[in-house]
Write a protein that binds this ligand. Structure first.
Ligand code: NCD
Ligand code: ZN
Length: 344
């Protein structure tokens, strides 16, 4: 196969930031994607429907003229979140989901949840109204090794929440482990999972072997090879549980190449080329459309995009190594392999 036409893909987990960074990187996602679930971890976070509507307007302003891209907004769940505001914002079409960050788990998550009992009322209201919950699934307990934090979260937090709130639609975001794959698979129709582009390509060696490589550091951190292989199998299987959430998370180079470097890989620019390469390697190109364009909308109760994109195989694709933004340069994820599929 040298040409593949699929429904226009969506990105079910994206960081677009704000201000000059937003202006610099929004075109990178709008070029290939039809919609994206926009993460609310700005500083300060997007916690009310009014803030979500204002952020959505800023995103629209940052898009290139004529862009075919719809931002799907989320609210950042805090222990003060008002259940009525969440339900109303969802009903009004201002938000598509609510995002749960355990406090301190990742970039700009200080306002997240520490005491899960304090959000019980909001979660019940969301289950009742059909508002999906996007979950950053890592415990923050300093006693738990960073490579075990996802698996421990499933047992200690996620499974109890789902049992206490039957009917709540949950997206396990950016899963990075075999345990995540297995749990997502066993969860029935109320449970979905996103997988990033970079976690299909790198294992933890990419970060640590031959010198520390800050541009491969993200959260959840990449795990051992056996976990990457489990993610590859899940993503390329066509199983409707799994769909693309790139977690493309730009930070300017000085904040990545730093004594305390920020977490996040920026993959918006070359994601579709990387995915086509990965699915071809696994002899599963016929399932790329399910992963990138069909399974996500189905979970969110939306129609797939009405338009298509065509990927063509040829000579290695040239893409920029950095995107220059008004805030500074952002390094594009290097998959450490030539990419042969371009979006035409
Ligand atoms: C994200 C960011 O930079 O906002 N970083 C990351 O490593 N993925 C936060 C997140 O999604 O965890
Ligand atoms: Zn993220």
């Amino acid at each position: 196969m040298t040409q593949l036409t699929i429904r226009r893909p969506d990105d079910w987990h994206l960081h677009l930031r704000d201000g000059a960074m937003l202006a610099g990187i929004a075109p990178e996602s709008a070029r290939h994607f039809g919609r994206a679930i926009i993460m609310p971890n700005l500083v300060p976070p997007v916690v009310t429907s009014e803030q979500a509507a204002a952020y959505r307007a800023r995103i629209h302003d940052a898009l290139p003229l004529g862009a075919d891209f719809t931002p799907l907004m989320t609210l950042y769940l805090t222990e003060q979140t008002d259940a009525a505001d969440v339900v109303q914002a969802h009903k009004d079409g201002i938000i598509s989901a609510v995002k749960l960050y355990p406090a301190g788990a990742t970039t700009n998550s200080a306002s997240g949840v520490t005491d899960f009992d304090k959000v019980r009322g909001v979660l019940d209201a969301m289950a009742e109204a059909g508002v999906p919950l996007c979950v950053h699934g890592e415990v923050v307990d300093p006693d738990i090794d960073i490579f075990d934090r996802e698996a421990v979260f499933i047992d200690r937090v996620l499974d109890p929440i789902r049992k206490a709130t039957p009917g709540l639609r949950v997206i396990m975001e950016h899963i990075t482990t075999k345990q995540g794959v297995d749990y997502a698979r066993s969860g029935g129709e109320t449970l979905g999972a996103t997988i990033t582009t970079h976690h299909l390509v790198i294992n933890r060696n990419a970060i640590l072997v031959g010198g520390i490589k800050p541009h491969y550091y993200c959260l959840p951190v990449a795990k051992r090879e056996e976990h990457r292989l489990a993610l590859r199998e899940a993503a390329t299987s066509g199983d409707a549980t799994f769909f693309l959430g790139t977690d493309s998370a730009p930070h300017i180079d000085p904040l990545k190449e730093n004594g305390c470097g920020c977490a996040g890989c920026f993959t918006a620019t070359n994601t579709m080329s990387i995915l086509a390469e990965v699915f071809e390697q696994d002899e599963a190109l016929e399932n790329l459309e399910a992963f990138a364009s069909l399974n996500g909308p189905a979970f969110y109760g939306l129609e797939p995009n009405g338009t298509t994109i065509t990927l063509t195989k040829g000579d290695p694709v040239a893409y920029p190594t950095k995107i220059e933004t008004g805030d500074g340069p952002v390094t594009v994820f290097d998959p450490m392999m030539p990419l042969h599929w371009r979006v035409s």
